[in-house]
Design a protein around this ligand. Structure first.
Ligand code: CA
Length: 345
């Protein structure tokens, strides 16, 4: 279960109704020829940030997945003053300049149960939780304990999921295999976002704790809330409002950020490319950081989840997860490499 209290300088994520009318997560056909606007690169400290949508170009792939073309740009990654957020936030320091030198496509929603089911149906893939026979580590509402249960897998994580809910109980390797399959299906290069790409996309030009400002406003995302506490009294570090979703919410239920990306704050934690190192920011290169070059045992998970307090769902919030340990709080979204020939003259 994802823990939401201060602990060392990080938050480990080992476990764990209304569906928005989200065209971006419905079916559609690829629209590959996109002209990349020349004046879309973002600058750090953009004073207009947060005031209006940027609305990058959008396309839909063969899986019906909506993607946004995130422009190249620069931003300040991390947290300048971690003191309001607890000891764990010190791993978000030092705040440092990062340049994202190439545009990239990012799925506007977390990968859904329905999309993952297409992958499983096409390949016969069995997730790590299935292969191990142990199921996923997750919250048992009857006992209040976090434990493995063999029947708890991506298609039955222990709470109700429709095809539009974000898939959970997938390991980082499961997410990678999904990217490999989707790359072959589309003859394009899909992958997990780097941690820097993820935060840049989440901020969408903002410099505040959340994409909408320094205060988490109800409606911004699905976080640990009173509806969770109503079914699990041990969840005490929650928001003091109800967002109506004790567990996951259908993707796109909450409002998007300026890039048109949904659920960057909360819903499910999202696997990233990078190894996790709490001290990495002190040595991070400025251009397109890829994370530590050698294994640190943990992988980065970003965005917080339905189990986390808003503090842990901040734009800069860093979580770590055992890559082989699927959880009922973790899912993922994908990045599609931008091709130069998509830019029409
Ligand atoms: Ca909630």
């Amino acid at each position: 279960m994802a823990r939401s209290g201060p602990r060392r300088c990080l938050l480990r994520v080992g476990v764990a109704l209304f569906a928005g009318a989200l065209a971006g997560c419905s079916s559609g056909i690829v629209a590959p020829k996109i002209k990349l606007p020349e004046q879309t690169a973002l600058k750090a400290d953009d004073e207009s940030a947060g005031s209006s949508p940027i609305s990058p170009e959008r396309m839909t792939n063969r899986l019906g997945m909506g993607l946004r073309l995130i422009p190249a740009g620069e931003f300040k990654m991390g947290t300048k003053d971690a003191s309001p957020f607890g000891e764990f936030a010190t791993c978000e320091q030092p705040q440092h300049a990062v340049r994202v030198t190439r545009p990239f496509w990012m799925s506007e929603c977390e990968i859904t149960v329905g999309q993952f089911r297409r992958f499983v149906a096409a390949t016969g893939y069995r997730t790590e939780a299935e292969q191990s026979g142990r199921g996923v580590n997750g919250l048992d509402l009857l006992t209040g304990e976090v434990a493995h249960r063999p029947e708890r897998i991506w298609s039955s994580p222990g709470f109700t999921q429709s095809e539009q809910h974000p898939v959970v109980a997938v390991s980082r390797s499961d997410a990678q295999e999904f990217c490999v399959w989707l790359s072959q299906l589309e003859d394009r290069s899909y992958r997990l976002p780097t941690e820097a790409e993820w935060e840049y996309a989440c901020r969408a030009g903002t410099t505040t704790a959340f994409a909408s400002g320094d205060i988490f406003e109800p409606g911004l995302g699905n976080v640990g809330d009173l509806s969770l506490r109503a079914v699990f009294s041990a969840a005490t570090d929650t928001a003091n409002w109800s967002d109506q979703f004790p567990f996951t919410a259908p993707v796109g239920t909450f409002r998007p950020n300026r890039f048109g990306l949904f659920d960057m704050h909360g819903n499910v934690g999202e696997w990233c490319h990078d190894w996790f190192d709490a001290t990495y920011y002190a040595a991070s290169p400025e251009a397109d950081p890829q994370g530590p070059e050698t294994s640190t045992r943990w992988r980065v998970v970003r965005g917080g989840s339905w189990y986390n307090s808003p503090t842990h769902c901040r734009s800069a919030g860093r979580h770590d997860g055992l890559p082989t340990a699927p959880s009922t709080t973790n899912g993922f979204r994908v990045v599609l490499e931008h091709k130069v020939d998509e830019v029409t003259p």
